[in-house]
Design a protein around this ligand. Structure first.
Ligand code: NAD
Length: 317
């Protein structure tokens, strides 16, 4: 297990990058955090502001840099690029962000061949694919944040509904981080009790398993649209999701997380990125876990994969 001396580079010092830097700084996981942004003053200002909290936290060196800052990095987190405007889908960002990320990845690989690349920029599944292709890195070392955030939203909303600690609600959102994602109701459980059995056992009156729980998924799927409409961007929960993923990598945790990973004969899908639960360690994605799905879920996952595949084909990489 290695975590002293860990170096994390964050490309993009905007809402997501700087909030992640703050959360990472508080976690004590990294000894060095580097911020890179084409807006150099922004990166410099964020580093100054973060460093002014040094007296309250475990020691960590935080500084702005050019791409030479990627040298010796354990993890490079890519958050740079355009974000959704109100009403825009993640896929609407594709052409803009694919170009930006190709250029960024070209610069990263001039300085490191060893880091794990963690992609956050949307549409994250396709941008992860682009990153893997352009970097030439082994696919297990290129990870998308995927549906770790959506799954966290799902567990929170279910926990509120069922009045159980979110950490004890076990349920996944899989597929695209976007409009075709799906909930795996068939294995969602509390204390090993499937939700379909838990709900009738719960003494709460007036709750309908089918109707109310479906509404919860709709809320998960539309969360980003609503938050962007209300405050322009989402960044706190994604920052915490990234700390969880980076912790799994730096601490070699073998944590099971629904990150976006390269599909190679996984549920019969090939040559695309999407999220299913995967074991994440120091090496990146150790193994993807093909959880059992109902017929309906399997069909939804296939539709999600087909959508992503058709978007990748349009890019002609
Ligand atoms: P933002 O506009 O606040 O920040 C983006 C930053 O990227 C800016 O500081 C900008 O200067 C920088 N940038 C742009 N082009 C660059 C380049 N070529 N080189 C270096 N830096 C560059 O946006 P944000 O709210 O931080 O969102 C960033 C990305 O993260 C968006 O694509 C957004 O959709 C995505 N996002 C993903 C998730 C997820 O779950 N995967 C969640 C939230 C946001």
């Amino acid at each position: 297990m290695k975590n002293s001396g860990s170096k994390v580079v964050i490309i993009g010092a905007g809402n997501v990058g700087s909030t992640f830097a703050f959360s990472l700084m508080k976690s004590g996981l990294a000894r060095e955090i580097v911020l890179i942004d084409r807006d150099e003053k922004r990166a410099q200002g964020e580093c100054m502001d973060l460093n002014h909290g040094a007296a309250f936290l475990p020691p960590v060196k935080i500084y702005p840099a050019g791409y030479e800052g990627c040298k010796g990095a354990d993890v490079v987190v890519i958050t740079a690029g355009s974000k959704q405007k109100p009403g825009e889908s993640r896929l609407d960002l594709l052409q803009r962000n694919a170009g930006i990320v190709k250029e960024i990845v070209g610069s990263i690989v001039r300085h490191t061949k060893d880091a794990i690349l963690l992609v956050v920029t949307n549409p994250v599944d396709i941008i992860s694919y682009v990153t893997m292709k352009v970097s030439g890195f082994p696919n297990k070392k290129v990870i998308g944040s995927g549906t770790v955030l959506d799954t966290s939203r799902f567990r929170y909303l279910l926990s509120e509904h069922c009045r159980v600690d979110a950490r004890n609600v076990h349920a996944y959102i899989i597929g695209e981080h976007g409009d075709t994602e799906l909930p795996v109701w068939s294995n969602a459980n509390i204390a090993g009790i499937k939700l379909s059995s838990y709900c009738p056992l719960c003494s709460r009156k007036g709750c309908s398993y089918k109707k109310d729980l479906h509404k919860i998924f709709e809320e998960v799927k539309n969360s980003a649209y609503r938050i962007i409409e209300f405050k322009g961007a989402t960044y706190y929960a994604i920052a915490l999701s990234l700390v969880k993923i980076v912790s799994a990598i730096l601490r070699d945790e073998n944590s099971v997380l629904p990150v976006s990973g390269y599909m190679e004969n996984c549920y019969g899908f090939n040559d695309l990125y999407l999220s299913i639960p995967a074991i994440v360690s120091r090496n990146g994605i150790e193994r993807q876990l093909e959880i059992e799905l109902s017929k309906e879920e399997a069909a939804q996952l296939k539709a999600s994969a087909q959508k992503l595949k058709s978007e990748i084909e349009k890019l002609k990489i």
